[in-house]
Design a binder for this molecule. Structure first.
Ligand SMILES: [Zn+2]
Length: 196
């Protein structure tokens, strides 16, 4: 990096870890509005739930999707105000994104992802976690993203959500998935647990 400004946004081609495993290629469409993501200027999030992850490769993918920031925002607004505030303060108390960026800015992807954003621990072979990246076009953006959150931390976050919010997330997931029923079942069981 030649630019030393603190918030310099680093970008690289999207790491294959954040490609669609189902397609063995980068994600093409927003799961909700179906917008073509690589051709659009709209940033988008990629979320994957995986089992066994060492910072480089996963043992198995449980679910995966890409969502444009507009639809992600729409999902976020479905959370109750109380739930949103509790999740926000959870991150404020537990994660120093600025410090993290300063530490990781020149590191490779493995270092960004190997340890849990919240618990700073690795995932064991049997462990599950979710991987998150923010992309635009064919580029991955590095600032707060990318990160990994272990299931243990996601469970803590789930406990912060109101019953109303959990029900709305379930409804939204049901609306979202018009694909193969197998995928629908996975989503119902597995997540997305928390939409960030
Ligand atoms: Zn969308």
């Amino acid at each position: 990096m030649s630019d030393n400004s603190t918030n310099h946004l680093r970008t690289t081609n999207i790491h294959p870890l954040f490609w669609s495993d189902a397609e063995a290629a980068p994600f093409e469409n927003c799961i909700n509005c179906k917008m073509n993501l690589p051709e659009s200027n709209t940033p988008y999030l990629i979320e994957k739930a995986v089992r066994g992850f060492d910072g480089e490769k996963v043992t198995a993918t449980i679910f995966e999707y890409a969502v444009c920031v507009n639809c992600a925002q729409e999902m976020n607004l479905k959370l109750s105000k109380g739930s949103r505030e509790r999740i926000e303060s959870f991150f404020k108390e537990r994660v120093n994104f600025q410090q993290r960026f300063n530490q990781l800015r020149d590191q490779d992807d493995e270092e960004w992802l190997r340890r849990c954003l919240v618990h700073h621990e690795e995932v064991n072979e049997e462990g599950e976690c979710q991987l998150y990246a923010l992309c635009q076009g064919d580029q991955m953006l590095y600032q707060e993203f990318p990160y990994m959150i272990r299931t243990e931390a996601l469970d803590e976050m789930m406990d912060l959500l109101s019953a109303e919010t959990l029900r709305q997330l379930d409804d939204f997931k049901d609306d979202l998935i018009d694909g193969p029923s197998e995928f629908k079942e996975l989503l119902k069981k597995g997540g997305p647990k928390v939409l960030l």
